[in-house]
Design a protein around this ligand. Structure first.
Ligand code: NAD
Length: 281
């Protein structure tokens, strides 16, 4: 039976560590704050924003909430970001995606100061990651690294295969595994013989966006399998990109959905808020 990698437990450890660091900064008179901007009232976004505010509260991070109406223009949003970029009492800025039609997401994300880009999406932070300079790490892939390391698995020298090459998961995931001295292969929808490549992996990270696509035929015996995917099935339950029941018997360790990668994203966001204080010094 595979070891279950417990994202709930590990994310709680990280939030507790952040809480301690925030308390120490507070003793030195430093407040950590995060501006969370939501435009419109997409129900899924409202849940994510609520969870982020709750995590801030738990860690002692001040959350500055901006709930803007659906009709907000791109110029109004850019003006708010400009104001927050210049405010000394705001360490991190997060714009909840997706944005309403008519607002250019890339333009908005690029307008956030790289020193306050706690999501780690700004091209400057992506570039910093690829050449090993300090900067914000994209939260979900950074969370995956923590899950692997804190579960006692070393990445150095291992065959790591990432399935998916999106800008927010697959590509930064590959860069982070490389930084940990893994031997990294990135696969995608045009990869010839995905099964053969995936089967080489000691560490397999799956971020495809296709429910239960990866079954045991893609997985080497004894692999560590990390499932980034998250989908709601017709029966209301959540599942990942990995067919858990098929893969669990062959894997050395596996993340469940829910309770694996999901909780790590917010924990790493909280960690990035603390990092922002150092980066802004
Ligand atoms: P995306 O759609 O932007 O990218 C999917 C990638 O998978 C693409 O690079 C594509 O080339 C690749 N792909 C698609 N079909 C494939 C196939 N048949 N074979 C091989 N590769 C294929 O998705 P994303 O934003 O990277 O997200 C991936 C999954 O992770 C989604 O289920 C998403 O909901 C989930 N996600 C979870 C979290 C979290 O916090 N847990 C965060 C971000 C994304």
């Amino acid at each position: 039976m595979a070891k279950i990698i417990d994202g709930k437990l590990i994310s709680q450890q990280i939030k507790d560590e952040v809480k301690d660091k925030v308390a120490k900064l507070s003793e030195q008179g430093v407040t950590v704050s995060l501006a969370v901007i939501q435009v419109g009232n997409d129900p899924a976004s409202s849940v994510y924003v609520r969870n982020k505010k709750k995590a801030c509260e738990y860690c002692g991070i001040v959350s500055l909430a901006y709930e803007l109406p659906e009709e907000t223009t791109e110029d109004e949003l850019l003006a708010l970001i400009d104001e927050l970029n210049n405010r000394k009492d705001c360490n991190g800025i997060l714009v909840q995606l997706p944005l309403p039609k008519g607002i250019d997401e890339e333009k908005v994300l690029d307008a956030i100061s790289p020193l306050k880009d706690v999501d780690g999406f700004h091209p400057m932070n992506v570039g910093a990651l690829s050449i090993g300079k300090p900067g914000f790490l994209s939260c979900t892939p950074a969370g995956v690294i923590e899950l692997i390391k804190r579960s006692g698995y070393s990445i150095e020298g291992k065959e790591c295969v990432v399935i998916g090459r999106s800008n927010i998961v697959g590509k930064p995931m590959a860069m982070l595994l490389l930084r940990e001295n893994g031997t990294v292969t990135v696969t995608h929808s045009k990869t010839a013989d995905l099964k053969a490549v995936a089967k080489r992996a000691d560490i397999l990270v799956v971020a495809i966006g296709k429910p239960k696509m990866i079954d045991a035929s893609y997985v080497k015996d004894g692999a560590v399998v990390i499932d980034v995917g998250i989908h709601r099935m017709d029966n209301g339950k959540l599942c990942g990109d990995v067919d858990y029941d098929s893969v669990e018997p062959v894997a050395e360790a596996i993340t469940p959905v829910p309770g694996g990668v999901g909780p790590m994203t917010i924990a790493m966001l909280m960690n990035n808020c603390v990092t922002s204080v150092d980066l802004q010094k």
